[in-house]
Design a protein around this ligand. Structure first.
Ligand code: FMN
Length: 201
């Protein structure tokens, strides 16, 4: 089987580590990763993940595209990719995708996934949410995007922020349907875990 080609967009919402985790896990699966990072995301990556984060991401990616390069390969539906994950997705990029603006390479590539009926998984991060945010989420869902808000899987009893981040990133990858599922799965065979948490209260 040939390696799936996946676009990873990182927009300037908090949760930049989600993008790093998606990149690392896609790479571990052997996927080709086309990376596009917005200018605001460059700032959140530096603020939340450190000065080397952008360079590290570049090393994970098969191809890194400038967000201004509206003529990049991934701007065209003629280039076969399996789908796209935007992790995290800012409310600005969400709005641009919801309204079909295609105003930079990240939002253009997302729009291409929608028009080609390919998987588009968005990890929108904002709190609390305005009516505009909710309406834009409804609009992209109606167009076929999958919304995966980066909320913790509390039922898996994560012990670190890294656990939470990796699980959300793994679920985003699983939603693309390009490989065997990698996310941790709930098992009702282990009730002792929940008992332990309750015992700590
Ligand atoms: C440190 C930091 C954290 C931010 N967190 C969020 C956030 O969680 N959600 C959001 O929608 N915007 C957030 N923003 C604002 C966006 O970066 C801003 O709206 C930007 O225009 C988004 O551009 P982009 O969609 O091209 O990445 C944050 C900005 C900074 C500097």
């Amino acid at each position: 089987m040939t390696a799936p080609r996946v676009i990873l967009g990182i927009a300037g919402a908090s949760g930049a580590a989600l993008g790093l985790s998606v990149a690392r896990q896609l790479r571990a699966l052997g996927a080709e990763v086309d990376l596009v990072v917005s200018p605001a995301a460059e700032r959140t990556l530096q603020a939340e993940c450190g000065a080397d984060a952008l360079q590290w991401l570049g090393a994970m990616a098969t191809r890194t595209h400038s967000v201004r390069d509206i003529g990049a390969s991934i701007a065209s539906g003629s280039v076969p990719v399996a789908g796209m994950i935007v992790a995290p997705c800012s409310m600005r990029s969400l709005a641009a995708i919801a309204h079909g603006l295609d105003d930079n390479l990240l939002t253009r590539a997302a729009g291409v996934q929608l028009k080609e009926r390919r998987r588009l998984v968005l990890l929108p991060r904002e709190a609390p949410l305005t009516l505009a945010h909710l309406r834009n989420m409804t609009a992209v869902a109606e167009m076929g995007a999958i919304l995966l808000p980066p909320v913790p899987a509390f039922y898996l009893l994560p012990v670190s922020v890294q656990d939470i981040t990796d699980q959300i990133a793994a679920r985003a990858i699983d939603l693309l349907g390009v490989a065997k599922p990698i996310a941790l799965q709930w098992s009702d065979d282990e009730p002792g875990l929940a008992e332990r948490v309750v015992g700590d209260l």
